[in-house]
Design a protein. Structure first.
Length: 510
């Protein structure tokens, strides 16, 4: 990254964060995206019936009698350094009834923002996630953010190519621009734009995007059997393969913009396609804005993340990089389109990439989303307990006083005809100050916690006592936010460390 580009990025971040803090920027889409090297994640929960388009669907037969949600703000058993964020253990337990006279098999999806903790004890870095049905392990697949992008590109290309084949005039022009005589290439490009704007009533920018689609060679669609009903969806191996497919030269602008490009064109041909990432994100009830609960007032507001010049350093600098700290200027985007000038593509392909960036609508998705997918069978006239457990880091909000936060989306519960109360239990190291978007009542002071199952592998509770807060809510929309004051957290953790070792320990924040 050259110095001028770096200055634009950093200055944009500073200006925009200031505006976000004042409440000026508050719309779908938003001011900036920060890509985290690892850690610094936030949860999105609640299961729902999952369809092959990756959106949730209404469930009319099964009934959720109640959900018991446990959130434990623990400590990483294997911290990278003294600045590690709290590791949060989440367990969502659902009591589900099948009142019908038939067995029901259902695909479930469980959305999780920004990722799941990867257990360092595993030989292949397995994610800390476990799905149980009446204590019987259910196999699950994590459809990653990149896999979602890959599936969108695959399906979008299928829509676009079919539309071209069904339109004789457009098919002829597309073939002509793909095999042009050099002197007629620009003329053919203009003919395509004229045809789409005049005959199809497209706007100039979308027509220009299609010209680049027609001009670039993506090869044959690399498709994977994503729609196999009860016989299973895409396998883990297929999901890994699809991540890098249907990109071609667009790898130079990154998977997010490349996917937006395909989805934009698919929507032009088929208004009902709705294959865009943002549509999937919003269908699960997630807000494309980064939000946080103000630990002082309890009001919801845009998340604040202070970026200083000392945060933005080269990877090669001789410095220990705390988990979750931003260490690469290329990982920060603020209304500056990413393009890899060193990409090994032709000059014509570079020109196409730059034209695509110029003509794409500005869309900012703050948080990548993963979907945990699994199948469960419910015998006729049965009531079973389904539980999903996983670990992930809290995210940090740097408005004073700093806080560690976790968000849990409630919206998918509204997609069930019958979904009972949600019993919330939050455990934090004793003495930590918390704030929640749902009022919580302290039930227990200084209780020891014993963990079991996969979440015990990574979360360290040894020597700690926890305060326990509880509440029951019938709310089925929006998100649940839990914030822990970082100052009180640091004191609580430090006190335990001193008691355990008899020595002064490091604070876990800068």
């Amino acid at each position: 990254m050259d110095k001028t580009y770096r200055k634009i990025v950093v200055l944009s971040i500073i200006v925009i964060i200031s505006l976000a803090g004042s409440g000026v920027i508050y719309s779908n889409g938003g001011p900036f995206i920060v890509k985290y090297p690892d850690g610094d994640t936030a949860a999105k929960g609640i299961l729902a019936k999952l369809e092959p388009d990756l959106k949730p669907r209404r469930e009319t037969q099964l009934k959720v009698i109640e959900e018991n949600l446990s959130i434990i703000f623990g400590q990483d058993r294997f911290p990278v350094d003294s600045n590690s964020l709290p590791l949060v253990g989440v367990t969502a337990q659902y009591k589900i009834e099948n009142p019908t006279d038939k067995e029901i098999q259902i695909d479930f999806g469980f959305p999780i923002l920004r990722g799941i903790y990867m257990n360092p004890l595993s030989m292949i870095m397995m994610p800390d996630v476990e799905v149980l049905l009446d204590n019987t392990h259910l196999p699950s697949t994590i459809i990653s953010n990149s896999a979602i992008y890959g599936l969108i590109r695959q399906r979008s290309r299928a829509i676009i190519d079919k539309a071209i084949a069904d339109d004789t005039e457009l098919a002829g022009l597309t073939a002509k621009v793909r095999n042009p005589a050099k002197e007629t290439k620009e003329q053919t490009r203009q003919e395509i734009i004229s045809y789409l704007t005049a005959s199809k009533k497209w706007n100039e920018r979308d027509a220009s995007l299609f010209v680049e689609y027609a001009s670039l060679d993506f090869g044959q669609i690399k498709a994977y059997p994503a729609d196999r009903g009860n016989s299973g969806w895409v396998s883990d191996a297929e999901l890994q393969n699809i991540i890098n497919q249907n990109l071609g030269a667009l790898g130079a602008i990154g998977e997010q913009k490349a996917t937006q490009f395909f989805a934009q064109l698919a929507g032009c041909f088929d208004k009902n396609a709705l294959t865009g990432y943002e549509e999937i994100f919003k269908a699960w009830g997630g807000d494309v804005r980064e939000m946080a609960i103000d630990i002082k007032t309890g009001q919801m507001r845009p998340r604040e993340l202070a970026i200083t010049k000392t945060d933005v350093v080269k990877k090669t600098d001789a410095k220990i990089i705390p988990r979750g700290e931003i260490y690469d200027p290329a990982a920060i985007y603020a209304r500056v389109d990413y393009f890899d000038e060193n990409a090994k593509i032709s000059e014509a392909e570079k020109a196409s990439c730059k034209s695509i960036l110029k003509n794409l609508p500005v869309v900012f998705t703050f948080a990548p989303m993963n979907i945990l997918h699994y199948q469960a069978k419910f015998p006729a006239k049965s009531t079973l307990t389904l539980s999903v457990s996983y670990n992930q880091y809290a995210f940090i909000d740097t408005k004073e006083p700093h806080s560690y936060q976790l968000a849990y989306v409630l919206h998918p519960a509204s997609l069930w005809d019958e979904f009972g109360p949600i019993n919330i239990k939050v455990s934090v190291p004793a003495g930590s100050q918390i704030r929640s978007s749902v009022p919580l009542a302290k039930e227990i002071n200084r209780q020891s916690i014993s963990l079991s199952g996969r979440i015990s592998l990574s979360i360290n509770t040894q020597g700690k006592e926890f305060d326990v807060y509880k509440q029951t809510t019938k709310e089925k929309n929006g998100e649940l936010f839990i914030a822990v004051d970082s100052g009180s957290w640091n004191k609580a953790i430090k006190a335990v460390s001193v008691a355990a070792t008899g020595q002064k320990s490091l604070s876990i924040t800068k």
